[in-house]
Write a protein that binds this ligand. Structure first.
Ligand code: PMP
Length: 429
């Protein structure tokens, strides 16, 4: 640079700038590298991007070896169910692998409408709309429905997609304390009059803690303050309620009392993509105006057919939901008997074992791997350091023996690692 400036200064060689060097200037990248170095220092292999070589149900195969799997949310064993696989294959034969256009223009297929009707009926509302990604569904719907002059109040433990949607919207965003509808009520009493519209966003089942929201109480608050209520059922669709119809069925409430039901098809739906379900007016509005729907390709045929077959199969095999509940209850009560800290998890298939230390969580998951058990550690910064954990996803396909073995090994390794339990062992329930 100095030479080119022609000012007689001594020229010096410019360092070669590799493309990644530009990224290395980002503080976020440096933080990531520091975190990875810390992980490396534990001597444990990188727990991310593990390659799973087949369908993950109760078991998975990694590096040619079988493991009991607690790391995927195939809660009802629908991914890999022969009926679901066949439906997806048939749809590909009939419609190809892509619909090759936005549905608004020429990407509409009969199965899109069939699945949308099935979802609306499953939940108990008028209508629904499919979108290509679960994350994108929250982002585009929240980002689009409200804007400047509006207020979004969301649970403090909301999923990233909800927060991203809120940021995109340009509305004022305030989290309220986790699951605390009374705090929400107080916030609205203070703030409601300053805003044109208010959107409240909660989740059915919380994906890190495995607790769930008291939806009817949130309905009361939203009515009192003339707000719109949105419930994300990513982890409650298929798992909550006697037959898996979600939070409305769980509470025996009229699903129409919630304005916007959102869900993903990547868990119990054995597919990918998301949906918004609610009134015909809401769905019509989104179908013609939501950017993530209008300006995005329609959901691929195989994905639509898989989700449709999963819902139909669940309709025919509701015992899967009951079995999932039994297995989840067994896992939770064994953990409690062993004195493991499962936080607020209750009545759902998401069960954390909180270690309160990322390195202990990492070592624990590595030791369990040695026993043939695959479970994901959730480390800082995904959660606060004091909330570092292993997160167990239970499926209806786990056997009692697999569950007993996993809890017994987890408790033993935690003791061996010198982990101080935060709860006293509880008597069997
Ligand atoms: N909402 C919640 C509560 C989630 O947990 C997730 C992802 N697990 C999403 C939305 C996004 O769904 P998807 O992974 O299907 O894009």
């Amino acid at each position: 640079i100095a030479a080119a400036a022609g000012n007689g200064a001594v020229a010096y060689a410019m360092p070669t700038v590799e493309p990644e060097d530009d990224i290395a200037q980002f503080a976020e990248y440096r933080r990531l590298k520091t975190m990875m170095q810390q992980m490396q220092m534990t001597g444990c292999p990188n727990p991310y991007f593990t390659v799973h070589e087949g369908i993950v149900r109760d078991m998975t195969v990694v590096g040619g070896k079988p493991y009991i799997s607690f790391a995927s949310y195939n809660y009802l064993g629908m991914s890999g169910h022969p009926r679901v696989t066949e439906a997806a294959a048939e749809a590909v034969k009939k419609y190809g692998t892509s619909v090759s256009a936005s549905r608004l223009v020429s990407g509409e297929k009969p199965i899109h409408n069939e699945l949308e009707r099935a979802i609306a009926k499953w939940i108990g509302v008028d209508s629904s709309i499919l979108m290509v990604g679960g994350h994108a569904t929250n982002e585009t719907t929240i980002g689009h429905l409200v804007g400047s002059g509006d207020l979004i109040l969301h649970d403090s433990l909301s999923h990233n997609s909800i927060v991203q949607g809120a940021l995109l919207s340009g509305a004022r965003r305030r989290p309220f304390p986790h699951n605390d509808f009374e705090a929400l009520d107080r916030m609205l009493t203070e703030m409601r009059s300053q805003y044109r519209r208010v959107l409240i966003v909660i989740e059915g089942v919380y994906s890190m803690d495995g607790d769930f929201s008291n939806v009817p109480e949130f309905v009361k608050v939203k009515r009192k303050h003339r707000a719109v209520l949105m419930v994300d059922e990513a982890h409650s669709f298929g798992t909550m309620g006697k037959t898996g119809r979600g939070m409305a069925e769980h509470f025996g409430m009229d699903a129409r009392d919630v304005d916007i039901w959102m869900g993903t098809l990547s868990k119990s739906g054995a597919s990918c993509g998301g949906y918004i379900a609610g009134s015909a007016a809401l769905v019509e509005l989104l179908k013609y105006t939501a950017p993530g729907f209008v300006f995005s390709v329609g959901m691929p045929p195989a994905q639509v057919a898989a989700a449709l077959a999963a819902i139909q199969t669940l309709d025919d095999e509701p015992e899967r939901v009951e079995l999932l509940r039994k297995r989840s209850h067994l896992f939770l009560s064994l953990c409690r008997q062993a004195g493991l800290d499962t936080g607020d998890s209750e009545g759902t298939p998401v069960i954390p074992v909180i270690t309160g230390n990322s390195m202990v969580a990492l070592r624990l998951s590595n030791r369990l791997k040695g026993d043939g058990i695959n479970v994901q550690p959730i480390l800082y910064p995904a959660v606060d350091e004091s909330a570092a954990r292993l997160r167990f996803f239970i499926t209806c396909e786990h056997s009692e023996e697999q569950i007993r073995f996993a809890v017994e090994r987890t408790a033993k390794h935690l003791t061996d690692l010198g982990f101080c339990r935060t709860t006293e062992p509880k008597t069997p329930e």
